[in-house]
Design a protein around this ligand. Structure first.
Ligand SMILES: C[S@@+](CC[C@H](N)C(=O)[O-])C[C@H]1O[C@@H](n2cnc3c(N)ncnc32)[C@H](O)[C@@H]1O
Length: 267
């Protein structure tokens, strides 16, 4: 899978993309992460990429022409837009999804990561300052994505989060089963993990984990997922696929009481 990232600060990506799993996946040819310096497409001698907002107000706005040229180059139509300085040349209809990092975008979720992971290529735009000129958003952005209800100084960290979450879903990047029962994979949080020693500073692990009884281990883990979700994120249970046995277990642990959201199946 290929990611093209348009940014004013490509050096910020050193570290997150040059270490650990993402580094190995790139070396193995499973991922191609290409950084594009938006400033390289600035048209004036000062290489300026932002300007004052029309109508006044605080902050600067990213200039439309610079970002548009960068995007056009990434999508293989750089020469066309350079030749047509006064015309808005539409982006090719057959293009990878162009994603704008934005606090005003759709909330990023595991479900969205799974959906994006189906595309062979994604283009991510990192905004900075007050953001990008609205006309570029209108002509060239397919989807705006927010990584949370807070405001970052720039879209780089958001792009790193999205690339990381999508990349690890690519076949071969992680061991096959690693993502199966993870938090959010099916709207339930993950069960707790333990490693050696079996007793650490007087704290034993749950006995079932050394029982050798696979069915019991499986059931215990599943119940831990239900319990954790009930205790920490009961809102997720509304969209989880639950068996009647799961519902009964949850009710025994307080689901549907006045303190926790109602079990919709109970009403
Ligand atoms: C300072 S923010 C701009 C905030 C903008 N003026 C607003 O109020 O919506 C600069 C850039 O950071 C990125 N950004 C900030 N918060 C983000 C979030 N929660 N999710 C994704 N991107 C974000 C966007 O690319 C944005 O253009």
């Amino acid at each position: 899978m290929r990611f093209d990232i348009l940014t004013l600060f490509p050096a910020m990506f050193t570290g997150p993309f040059t270490e650990s799993i993402l580094k190995r996946a790139q070396q193995a040819g499973l991922l191609d992460i290409v950084l594009h310096d938006i400033r390289a497409y600035a048209t004036d001698k000062h290489k300026s990429t932002d300007d004052y907002p029309f109508g006044g107000g605080a902050g600067m706005v990213m200039k439309p022409e610079v970002l548009y040229r960068a995007l056009a180059e990434v999508l293989g139509m750089g020469a066309v837009v350079q030749a047509e300085a006064e015309v808005l040349v539409p982006l090719p209809a057959e293009r990878p999804p162009v994603l704008l990092m934005s606090p005003a975008g759709e909330p990023f979720t595991q479900g969205m990561a799974e959906e994006l992971a189906q595309a062979p290529r994604l283009v991510l735009i990192c905004g900075h300052y007050e953001g990008i000129d609205e006309r570029v958003r209108e002509c060239c952005v397919d989807r705006e994505i927010s990584i949370g209800d807070y405001v970052l100084t720039g879209g780089e960290l958001a792009a790193m989060v999205i690339v990381d979450a999508v990349a690890r879903l690519q076949p071969g990047v992680l061991a096959a089963a690693s993502t199966d029962e993870e938090s959010h994979s099916d709207s339930l949080l993950e069960y707790p993990h333990y490693t050696r020693p079996a007793v650490w500073r007087g704290q034993p692990i749950p006995a079932v984990l050394t029982s050798g009884h696979h069915a019991n281990v499986h059931r215990w883990r599943h119940e831990q997922r239900l319990l954790r979700t009930l205790q920490r994120r009961p809102d997720l249970l509304q969209r989880a696929v639950l068996s009647e046995q799961d519902r009964e277990y949850l009710r025994r642990h307080g689901w549907g009481t006045s303190l926790l959201p109602d079990d919709p199946a109970a009403s």
